[in-house]
Design a protein around this ligand. Structure first.
Ligand code: TYD
Length: 202
């Protein structure tokens, strides 16, 4: 049976590296899979992504940002994720609904009720969510060593702390679905050992 796995966490926590390791692992197991991401898993989504990450973007309504994330997700689900799952392909997604809960409820402080209503547009839940966690002081340092900072990376330490706290709250509410992995001081191989255990259970 196909599985839908999402990777979550604040910036610079190492999601991309771990997704690469998972790709190698699934290939060795001869499991068909596709790797995708939000925002930007479709051509339409890439255009939305550009607007969302551009530091020059300055929305006047506090709802525009979250509506764009849902527009990206609706197209992504309908055109990429659902068709793949239907034919037995596993889907590995770099960020999904928990990013919206963490960043838009935690970070932007939009009402959970409003976001709850929008969630009915994209009801698909991941079978497994790998949440990589570390203190934002450390992860933001890592992110800063990358290229130019995007609109989210430019946010304050407080913002990222609220995002992290919301992620931890989700993990506490849904311990079955969300596997919380503390990456502090661990090598990428050591982190992947923890992930592999979770994947084997699937
Ligand atoms: P991206 O470069 O994919 O993040 P990273 O490399 O850190 O994984 O940028 C996506 C940004 O969008 C990231 O800062 C988180 C944010 N985001 C939201 O605020 N809400 C959402 O629903 C999603 C999917 C992402």
């Amino acid at each position: 049976m196909s599985k839908f796995i999402s990777f979550e966490g604040i910036e610079g926590v190492g999601k991309t590296t771990q997704i690469e390791l998972l790709k190698t692992y699934l290939s060795k197991k001869n499991q068909s899979f596709l790797v995708t991401k939000e925002p930007g898993g479709t051509a339409f989504g890439m255009q939305i992504r550009k607007i969302l990450l551009d530091p020059e973007t300055d929305f006047k309504s506090k709802y525009t940002e979250v509506l764009l994330f849902f527009a990206d997700r609706a197209e992504h689900l309908a055109s990429i994720v659902e068709p793949a799952l239907r034919v037995g392909t596993w889907v590995i997604c770099d960020r999904y609904i928990d990013s919206t809960l963490a960043y838009q409820i935690g970070g932007r402080q939009i009402s959970p009720d409003f976001i709850e209503k929008l969630t009915s547009i994209t009801p698909r839940k991941p079978d497994k969510t790998i949440l990589l966690d570390m203190n934002p002081i450390e992860s933001l340092e890592r992110a800063k060593n990358r290229a130019v900072l995007d609109r989210f990376e430019k946010e304050s330490f407080d913002f990222h702390n609220r995002v992290r706290q919301e992620y931890l709250d989700i993990a506490a509410r849904e311990p079955e679905r969300v596997s919380l992995i503390d990456v502090t001081g661990k090598s990428k191989e050591r982190v992947f050992e923890d992930i592999e255990k979770e994947i084997r259970r699937l």
